[in-house]
Design a binder for this molecule. Structure first.
Ligand code: EPZ
Length: 426
């Protein structure tokens, strides 16, 4: 397995272009199942996860072609309705085929996604919603088999927790259902809004985008659409935190500052200068005050929340930064039950972190030290990259296939900012 080697302690300078959002592209790609014809998706990142979902759609009979970051997908040849365990276990987001397959074919057979490193991650909200819309679900050999005779029916669906892919699955199922569907306590993540934009372009009638109450008036048919994937706010947040940890002056381009409200405020409290522009965010650290050395980074408490709260997908990354601040920070993870896998690895680099239930107490103690560490999941891997950039000495990160799921050209992008980073065949 490949690994990444970083010689830390070098500040980052320059510009980095943010790619399209992985977590927006995945539902946009599965939405093409809803209707035949050539859909055109722009700004789609080329990642392990987007390649996985395209392989799944291909196995169902779809055809697609990529020109740069533009995908053209046609589901006219749709013949299959099964997502295999082999595919789903590598990427839980494969469950996003359930809603469109039920709507298009009245049938879907999808392996229940096993748990993953960060938690059990059930899909009971998705399944409950489909049942309310008239689907008959049976569970056998780890597969959920869903069927509906004729069209799905509109229903009022309440999510106990504002599930992102749960909201997306029900939206896709509701677009051509008979009647009106109301989703209460819906997820408000920008990626959901991007899907609403695509479904609307296809002819769906959806109200309440961006709010926690979505109303979908079912229509009888949809047309293929052209849509642009929103910028990846988690990739953007990761580079901001990396630039903060390594020091320097970095400008992100092709991003959307309004998608990172919580992170930008936290970085300002910690002590960074954050300048928001049209599609750009610049982070820098005030120069040392004469005779007083560098401005100390202030510790700050963080609590992950559904959007627009602090994103759980940036929790591991900002923890690496908090190890360098002065004082105690408390990070509370409220979304997933096991999202502190990066703590043990950061401690190998000298971090002083104690986990107590859903909270981690970080005692800022200056510089981390390079070490051999192991990636355990996508965002934990990103946390180790942030730590390696800031640490004294060399950091070796193994199992980097996790990283390649969600970060396009990460090594090149960081090297272009002045990092000494390379990928090696292990
Ligand atoms: C999406 O996952 C993202 N993935 C995750 O990003 C992200 O961490 C998560 O939303 C939260 O923002 C994609 O969009 C592909 P949820 P999702 O359903 O939809 C519980 C990354 O790193 N829940 O919003 O699977 C669940 O256990 C990934 O890019 C149920 O109990 O997350 C969790 O505690 C990681 N039953 C909470 O809700 C359900 O049916 C939020 O989960 C569904 C969810």
């Amino acid at each position: 397995m490949d690994k990444i080697i970083i010689e830390g302690g070098r500040p980052l300078y320059g510009e980095v272009k943010i790619s399209g959002a992985k977590n927006a592209a995945l539902p946009l790609i599965t939405a093409t199942l809803l209707t035949p014809g050539w859909h055109v998706l722009h700004n789609v990142p080329d990642l392990r996860d987007t390649r996985t979902i395209l392989a799944l759609l291909e196995s169902l009979g779809l055809v697609w072609e990529r020109q740069g970051s533009t995908l053209r997908i046609n589901s006219a040849g749709l013949i299959g309705f099964e997502a295999s365990y082999e595919l789903v276990k590598t990427m839980r987001a494969s469950v996003l085929v359930l809603g469109p397959l039920l709507a298009r074919l009245g049938r879907a057979r999808v392996s229940l996604p096993g748990g993953c490193a960060i938690g059990a991650r059930p899909i009971d909200f998705h399944l409950q919603g489909f049942k309310q819309m008239g689907a008959i679900l049976t569970l056998e050999q780890g597969y959920v088999d869903a069927q509906v005779t004729g069209r799905l029916r509109g229903a009022t669906i309440y999510f106990d927790i504002p599930s992102v892919t749960g909201t997306e699955n029900i939206l896709m199922a509701a677009a051509t259902a008979d009647g009106t569907t109301v989703i209460k306590n819906a997820a408000r993540e920008p990626e959901v809004g991007n899907l609403v934009e695509m479904l609307t372009a296809m002819g769906a009638r959806i109200e309440g985008s961006g709010t926690d109450r979505l109303v979908v008036h079912g229509v009888s048919d949809l047309q293929p659409a052209e849509v642009t994937t929103i910028p990846d706010r988690i990739e953007a947040g990761t580079y901001l935190i990396a630039a903060g940890a390594a020091g320097g002056d970095v400008t992100l381009t092709n991003c959307n500052p309004s998608h990172l409200p919580a992170l930008l405020e936290k970085l300002r409290v910690i002590g960074f200068t954050i300048e928001e522009g049209a599609g750009t965010i610049r982070i820098s650290r005030p120069p040392p005050v004469a005779g007083q050395g560098g401005v100390p980074l202030r510790s700050v408490d963080i609590k992950t929340q559904p959007y627009p709260g602090f994103a759980t997908d940036l929790q591991a990354q900002i923890m690496a930064l908090m190890t360098m601040t002065s004082g105690l920070s408390v990070i509370t993870e409220t979304i997933f039950e096991n999202r502190f896998m990066h703590v043990a690895e950061l401690k190998r680099m000298g971090a002083d972190i104690r986990v107590d239930g859903h909270s981690a107490i970080i005692k800022g103690n200056g510089r981390l030290k390079g070490a051999q560490v192991m990636a355990t999941d996508l965002r934990a891997s990103a946390s180790l990259v942030v730590a390696g950039l800031a640490a004294e000495g060399v950091t070796e990160i193994s199992r980097i296939y996790h990283l390649e799921r969600g970060y396009e050209n990460l090594v090149d992008k960081l090297a272009n900012l002045g990092a000494v980073i390379r990928k090696e065949k292990a």
